[in-house]
Design a binder for this molecule. Structure first.
Ligand code: SAH
Length: 348
């Protein structure tokens, strides 16, 4: 429930409206996952809450920590499906990556989440529960270090699934996470990443919110992009980049393009040069280069060597495209999207 929705629900049931703020405090500050634990509330009211508003929390099925501090959580949902969320520390920030679906229908070649198709979309409450599980985990870790750590500062919807294929529930969850009386995470600290479902751009622009938008591009032309991302056959690059330009014109927000580099596939100098030519036509944009995280289901796909990464970065920078080379994190955990889930399912 969005914070503003609580008061009318309480009043409808003959309950006092002021309880709404106490409920929100319990859920989002005190991490209450069982109304019995909400001891700040009167006992009979807790009973009413249990009856009227059962809390459905995912089970923590597995965790996997990397030596760089990255922690992956595998959460079990009520129907037995499972999703991954990852907490990634960096100097001065702590980013959580959440899933928007169980599995994914998009089928990008190097993505573990999509390798077995879509199971189902997540509901808004399940996405919020992921965030709360990550926050609680991060806060407990910070407390264990005697407060030297920081709480979560950033959220990226870059886990399993395609957020624009689950638009309404994802947006509802993000609005809640952004709400002052909810987890209160600033909109500019929340990034939505899409594989390029074009109708989503106009919808998001019309929301008038300040969320960051990332677009997975991965190739500079249709021939190559369609081989990597089947979604390109439905919305080819020209159409996608026009939607991006319209989004930036309407919102004033700069889009970041993600480009996963795969050895011998999309990492040539010619690809980099063609990418520069394409992107220079846009009003403004940024590029994040991501070296491939190897995946179990495609052992033939490899990470480019260091010299190739540097060459690609250099061509983009000389082309005056604002570019970052993202170093892969959590290498010793099942780091690529969806891998912990698949390995757990497979009993590894
Ligand atoms: N469906 C959304 C968000 C989830 S994927 C999207 O496509 O943007 C988040 C990012 O991780 C995407 O850019 C995706 O292409 C990339 N990605 C997936 N598997 C990867 C891998 N094995 N190595 C590197 N990047 C990967």
């Amino acid at each position: 429930m969005l914070p503003d929705e609580w008061k009318p629900l309480l009043v409808e049931r003959g309950l006092r409206a002021f309880r709404a703020d106490q409920i929100l405090q319990c859920l989002y500050r005190d991490y209450i996952t069982d109304w019995d634990a909400a001891t700040t509330l009167p006992k009979d009211f807790r009973e009413t809450l249990k009856r009227e508003f059962p809390i459905n929390v995912p089970k923590l099925l597995a965790t996997d920590s990397a030596s760089d501090g990255t922690v992956k959580l595998l959460l079990g949902l009520a129907d037995g499906a499972s999703v991954e969320t990852v907490v990634i520390p960096a100097p001065g920030r702590l980013t959580q990556c959440v899933s928007s679906q169980v599995g994914c229908a998009m089928g990008c070649v190097f993505c573990a989440s999509g390798s077995r198709g879509l199971v189902r979309s997540l509901t808004a409450d399940e996405i919020v529960a992921e965030v709360m599980a990550g926050r609680q985990f991060a806060d407990a870790a910070a407390r264990a270090r005697q407060g030297s750590g920081i709480g979560l500062t950033n959220l990226v919807v870059m886990g399993m699934g395609e957020p624009f294929a689950n638009y309404d529930e994802t947006m509802r969850a993000l609005k809640l996470i952004n709400a002052g009386k909810g987890p209160n995470l600033g909109a500019r600290h929340i990034t939505i990443s899409t594989c390029g479902i074009v109708p989503g751009f106009e919808k998001l622009a019309a929301e008038g919110l300040q969320f960051e938008l990332s677009v997975s591009l991965h190739a500079p032309n249709d021939e190559l992009r369609s081989r990597i991302m089947p979604v390109n056959k439905r919305w080819p690059i020209d159409e996608l980049l026009s939607a991006c330009a319209a989004y930036t014109r309407k919102t004033g927000r700069i889009i970041t393009f993600e480009y996963t580099l795969v050895k011998g596939l999309n990492d040539s100098r010619a690809c980099a040069e063609e990418l520069v030519r394409r992107l220079r036509k846009l009003p403004s944009c940024k590029v994040n280069l991501i070296p491939l995280s190897p995946v179990d289901h495609r052992p033939d796909l490899e990470t480019p060597d260091e010299a190739t990464l540097m060459m690609f970065l250099d061509v983009l920078m000389k082309g005056r495209i604002q570019t970052m080379l993202r170093r892969s994190r959590g290498k010793d955990v099942a780091a690529a999207c969806g891998q912990l889930r698949l390995r757990t399912e497979d009993g590894k």
